[in-house]
Design a protein around this ligand. Structure first.
Ligand code: PLP
Length: 436
């Protein structure tokens, strides 16, 4: 995808950097000024520059431009981005400014409960218990009426993950966006699992998108990162004009700069390298994931498979409509559906069987990250979602797979031997001193 490969780094920009073909890594915390006047004018925003790395850094800026271009592709509005230390920092920054008591007491939020464990913790514990925010979880994220009846004049935003981690459920973004527009509050979507290679919620009507760049954007697994991407000129009741005009810019100039969750330029530089190949990587990973999901669904010792590419999945109809490889359509060409790299399955035999299958995997890595070039497997109830296990829709015997770039045949062979117990035992735990 040309936008990802080029970002905002064009021939002119390269000429300013000794012709360097790649964006330079400015591993520096502050900018030197030639005079008091240039320092004053730059700090005042009257002159181009970055001043201090908590306020901005050129390498981080290249990543912000690239992420905004990808997420803003085919969006009928101006779009900008702010990148953050982690995906959770992005989620916190994308939501907290809306809870300001300066615009009214007793705020509440309406959200889908099919969210990543730490997101549930931010909403329930940090906002609900610690700050008195009303947290209203919808019962059925697919029912627009369910969302609608929880909204009142103190509702500050609507929030959903689409597709969700780990049950890979989508929400129907256009009617939710219309609902948010009527209430004049933002619809915020975490689209980490889709990536802009497969779905762009802003193009479907959402106002703000968040991503964990730690996942498929940073697929080599070297850096954590997050992004908040927003359309400009949001029509929001009660919020300051500056916030509504350019939310990501507002974050960079205010909350992010003050609270300090800015991305390291080194991490931005590694993420820039990874994000270049996002489209081709997600294409290949998704094609393999579909093969793995179909294979598992055909096995007698698998009770259930969660993958939006399977017609049996509850949100398959939405995935068919919204998840397709960017730029695969065109004159005389049908868009190519791709359903992402994440899937889950429940082996027959319940929790002990799931633990056994996970233990026997030899090619999949037992690890709690996803979207990586290396395929990973976890049991969310004891791993990624342990904080919320027991009171959420994550089955305790579900194994989550993130399909990487190994050959699909090899992954399938690994799953088959783990399910039947026919493989040779794997090596022992890594030595504690090396694991620490
Ligand atoms: C959908 C989703 N959003 C957000 C996050 C948080 O991202 P990070 O770990 O980069 O903070 C995760 C992490 O697994 C995730 O799966």
């Amino acid at each position: 995808m040309t936008l990802a490969v080029r970002g905002s780094y064009d021939h002119e920009e390269a000429a300013r950097h000794l012709g360097s073909l790649s964006e330079p890594a400015y591993l520096a915390t502050a900018q030197h000024f030639g005079s008091a006047e240039t320092m004053r004018a730059t700090a005042a925003g009257e002159r181009e520059g970055w001043v201090y790395a908590r306020r901005g850094n050129p390498t981080v800026g290249y990543l912000e431009d690239t992420v905004a271009a990808l997420e803003g592709y085919q969006v009928d509005a101006e779009v900008s981005a702010a990148v953050t230390t982690t995906g959770m920092a992005a989620i916190t920054l994308a939501t907290m400014p809306f809870l300001s008591s300066a615009v009214g007491a007793r705020p509440n939020i309406v959200a889908s409960p099919a969210c990543y464990g730490s997101t549930v913790m931010v909403f329930d514990k940090r906002y609900g218990e610690e700050r008195g925010v009303g947290v209203r979880w919808v019962e059925d994220p697919l029912s627009v009426a369910d969302w609608e009846r929880r909204i009142d004049e103190d509702t500050r935003f609507l929030y959903a993950e689409s597709p969700s981690n780990p049950t890979v459920q989508l929400v129907d973004i256009p009617p939710l966006a219309a609902l948010a527009r009527r209430a004049r509050i933002p619809l915020i979507i975490d689209a980490t699992l889709a990536t802009p290679a497969l779905m762009r919620p802003l193009a479907l009507g959402a106002d703000i998108v968040v991503h964990s760049l730690t996942k498929a954007a940073g697929a080599s697994g070297r850096s954590m990162g997050g992004a908040v991407i927003a359309r400009h000129d949001l029509d929001l009741r009660r919020q300051p004009a500056e916030l509504a005009a350019d939310f990501a810019g507002y974050l960079r100039r205010g909350p992010m700069r003050d609270m300090g969750s800015v991305l390291s330029p080194f991490n931005a530089w590694t993420l820039l390298a990874d994000i270049r190949e996002l489209r081709s990587r997600v294409d290949a990973m998704s094609a393999s994931a579909l093969r793995v999901a179909e294979h598992l669904a055909g096995r007698g010792d698998v009770v259930e498979v969660f993958y939006p590419g399977l017609p049996s999945h509850r949100t398959h109809h939405l995935a068919r409509r919204d998840m397709w490889l960017v730029d695969s359509d065109g004159p005389g060409r049908e868009a190519v559906n791709r359903f992402g790299f994440l899937l889950g399955f429940r082996p027959a035999g319940g929790v002990p069987a799931a633990h056994g299958v996970l233990d026997r995997l030899r090619l999949f890595w037992r690890a709690n990250n996803l979207g990586q070039v290396k395929s990973t497997a976890t049991i969310p109830a004891i791993g990624t979602h342990q904080q919320i296990a027991g009171d959420d829709p994550v089955p305790p015997d579900m194994i989550r797979l993130s399909v990487g770039l190994e050959h699909a045949d090899d992954l399938i062979e690994d799953l088959d031997q783990a399910l039947t117990g026919s493989g040779v035992p794997g090596p022992a735990e890594p030595a504690a001193d090396r694991a620490e």
